[in-house]
Design a protein around this ligand. Structure first.
Ligand code: SF4
Ligand code: SF4
Length: 109
């Protein structure tokens, strides 16, 4: 049987992060590991990932998480080929969107 907690944080192993009882987990990109493959932004239902320029780096762009939009669903973890995404505690407690991006409204998911 899958617990509710495991379903919410499906992208993480082991489930859930140690701080989850104190703060909700949100994703963070470890920019030094990001290879700018562009896989994670279209995966995110909540428009919480953007690609930003980083001139002078081997990879000239990096993914960046918009904390206020991240719901901690974990889908981006599965998308990343180099495990560049980690959990961090959402200590700001910013309001999260209640619905997914309008671009996803017509899907069957
Ligand atoms: S954890 Fe979910 S909501 Fe947050 S950035 Fe990843 S895919 Fe988007
Ligand atoms: S999937 Fe991983 S490597 Fe690709 S852009 Fe996102 S964070 Fe970077």
């Amino acid at each position: 049987m899958i617990s509710g907690q495991m379903m919410k944080y499906r992208g993480l192993y082991p489930f859930p992060p140690s701080f989850a009882k104190e703060f909700p987990p949100i994703a963070q990109v470890v920019e030094e590991h990001c290879i700018a493959c562009d896989r994670c932004p279209p995966i995110c239902f909540f428009d919480a990932i953007v690609m930003e320029n980083r001139p002078g780096h081997k990879y000239s762009r990096t993914a960046v998480i918009i904390n206020a939009n991240c719901t901690g669903c974990g889908l981006c973890f599965d998308a990343c080929p180099v495990d560049a995404i980690i959990w961090i505690p959402d200590k700001d407690g910013e309001a999260k969107p209640k619905t997914a991006s309008p671009l996803m409204e017509d899907t069957d998911l």
